[in-house]
Ligand binder design. Structure first.
Ligand code: SF4
Ligand code: SF4
Length: 164
């Protein structure tokens, strides 16, 4: 990988290794979220969002996430095991609106560059990301421990925050 390759090429033009390294490991895409319109919350997965609909994030996280490291315990089989797990690829960048504003893929896609806390700019370390409050670490509950009948009690705003 060349230095600051993300400033020289588009997401489309990145190698697999470069693409994977763009993920900052924040874990926000593993939070459960739902789409609500003026009438009621939608049930089940969807891949579109319409005018007047809003994405709500919760602090409930997928049961396959290691809540200490914030990494997927079944990364290679994730989309088989969790059908609504969003696997972002070059082919489905149109779905990037499902990602939180701080998602590094979304930032690059929207021309906002990588933030100063990104591991690529911090010798691969996540400490700056933790300090910036951009990781889910320490503020989540596993779906295995949550009361899913009262899903709305878990709505949180912090996944929508971003910092340069
Ligand atoms: S939200 Fe984006 S940057 Fe963060 S872990 Fe998910 S894919 Fe990676
Ligand atoms: S399957 Fe893995 S990558 Fe997908 S939401 Fe669950 S923990 Fe995250």
């Amino acid at each position: 990988m060349t230095d600051r390759f993300w400033e020289q090429k588009s997401l489309d033009a990145m190698s697999r290794e470069e693409w994977e390294s763009i993920c900052d490991g924040c874990g926000k895409c593993c939070l459960h979220k739902f789409i609500e319109d003026d009438d009621e919350a939608q049930e089940g997965p969807t891949d579109v969002i319409h005018d007047g609909e809003h994405i709500h994030y919760t602090n409930v996280v997928c049961g396959l996430l290691n809540t200490k490291t914030c990494s997927c315990t079944q990364y290679s089989k994730r989309t088989e095991l969790v059908p609504d797990c969003v696997k972002l690829t070059k082919e489905n960048l149109k779905d990037i609106f499902f990602m939180p504003p701080s998602c590094s893929y979304r930032r690059l896609h929207e021309g906002r560059g990588l933030p100063s806390w990104h591991p690529l700019l911090n010798r691969g370390k996540k400490t700056a990301m933790y300090k910036a409050g951009m990781s889910i670490r320490g503020r989540i509950i596993s779906e295995n421990d949550a009361d899913l009948d009262n899903f709305e009690d878990y709505i949180v705003m912090w996944p929508l925050e971003d910092a340069d």
